[in-house]
Design a protein around this ligand. Structure first.
Ligand code: PLP
Length: 400
């Protein structure tokens, strides 16, 4: 079998969050009760009016191939959404629909990277970016953003990471896994750096835009630097905002030439995103938005409960995330403590210990390029959050 596999494949790691989820499923199948904090998707059902639009489309015969860039109806709905909610002006030719934001990020790299091209990825990062860069022959350049800067990229760190080979900066706001949300002034300062380096494009992954809490507001880099539009690609989708992860609809907006290149790639790979899902996505973007605000309020309440629960545990320090649906606490305080005579060396050991001793599943920070931290999703019920924090606290109390 190994003779069959490509050299490229050997450079790709399995997604750690998908692997963690598989471990949870396996342990549950063995009869263990596991509290799952690995979830990367809302735990709600897709709102009924969106499901009904998908069903109606299927019954009306919208079951054929569509254009590779998406249906005219969905592309128009995306143009209107970007204008209405983000104050961003795009034309239909500058918008493309794909089978999830993930496939569009991949296609954007596939359409633009040559061997030796570098992509700056601030850490902590969503696990798929570096692997997608590698799969497309590029070189990920990891820019470390530590907790003291709110896990955000700063202008000096960006400046130091840029070389003549840099093709892209990937910015993810709100961020998975840290929950960091970039402010206008922070984006302005980063865009000032980008202006000095015309070879660098910026890809902004805004998939968690609606999940911002307290005083935080989502801002797109193009809101503060419209002059960068000629080298910016906005990535978004309906997966998180409308609890539509399984429908697989994402979208991207950027220069028409790049969008055309991405559509060409789609035409020779996936052909198009599901016609039925595209019809449902039109209903999501054009229909009532109360479900999104309701989800935001629910997540904020869960965030507060989880932060409080974790900060009550000695050895765990949890900053309050401004966005997304994850907390990213430091577990550095647990390093060196002993479980059954064995010292916990790092975040990976702590995650394993919590699964074994507390029955709580989460993902190690190392997987996101930031050791000493854990990612816990609060896209689960308040009851599970309370039970999970209690189980973690009791397990940690047994450490020597
Ligand atoms: N971008 C980020 C930061 C994510 O966390 C995810 C999913 O977890 C995606 C993109 C992928 O979204 P989609 O379901 O649209 O492929």
């Amino acid at each position: 079998m190994s003779a069959l596999l490509s050299h490229t494949l050997s450079k790709v790691k399995p997604s750690p969050s998908i692997a963690a989820k598989a471990r949870v499923d396996q342990l549950r199948a063995e009869g263990r009760a596991i509290i799952d904090f690995t979830l990367g998707e809302p735990d709600f059902s897709t709102p009924a009016h969106i499901v009904q639009a998908g069903v109606a489309a299927a019954l009306a015969g919208e079951t054929k191939y569509t254009g590779s860039a998406g249906t005219p109806a969905l592309r128009s709905a995306i143009v209107a959404k970007l204008a209405r909610e983000n104050d961003l002006a795009f034309t239909v030719e500058q918008v493309i629909v794909g089978s999830g934001a993930k496939s569009l990020i991949f296609n954007a790299f596939a359409a633009t990277l040559n061997a030796g091209d570098e992509v700056i990825i601030p850490a902590p990062y969503w696990v798929s970016y570096p692997d997608m860069v590698v799969l497309n022959g590029g070189t990920p350049v990891i820019a470390d953003c530590d907790a003291s800067s709110g896990f955000k990229l700063t202008p000096p760190v960006l400046e130091a990471a840029i070389t003549p080979q840099t093709r892209w900066l990937v910015l993810n706001t709100p961020n998975n896994p840290s929950g960091a949300v970039y402010s206008r002034s922070e984006l302005q300062a980063l865009c000032d750096v980008l202006r000095r380096h015309p070879q660098v494009w910026v890809m902004t992954d805004e998939i968690y835009e609606h999940f911002v809490y307290g005083l935080a507001r989502h801002v797109s880099p193009l809101n503060v630097a419209p002059d960068l539009a000629e080298r910016a690609l906005v990535i978004n989708g309906v997966s998180k905002a409308y609890a539509m992860t399984g429908w697989r609809i994402g979208y991207a907006a950027g220069p028409a030439a790049l969008v055309k290149a991405m559509a060409l790639l789609a035409s020779q790979t996936t052909t198009c995103a599901s016609a039925i899902s595209q019809a449902a996505a039109v209903a999501a973007l054009e229909g009532p938005q109360a479900c999104v605000q309701e989800a935001r309020r629910t997540f904020q309440e869960r965030r507060d409960a989880m932060v409080k629960g974790l900060n009550a545990i000695a050895g765990i320090h949890c900053a309050v995330p401004d966005g997304a649906f994850y907390v990213f606490p430091s577990v550095a305080g647990l390093a060196g403590r002993c479980a059954g005579g064995q010292a916990l060396r790092d975040d990976t050991d702590v995650a394993r210990f919590l699964l074994d001793a507390a029955g709580v599943a989460c993902v190690d920070g190392s997987s996101y390029g930031m050791p000493s931290f854990l990612r816990l999703s609060f896209a689960t019920s308040l009851a599970q959050i309370a039970e999970g924090c209690k189980a973690i606290s009791e397990a940690i109390a047994t450490l020597r």
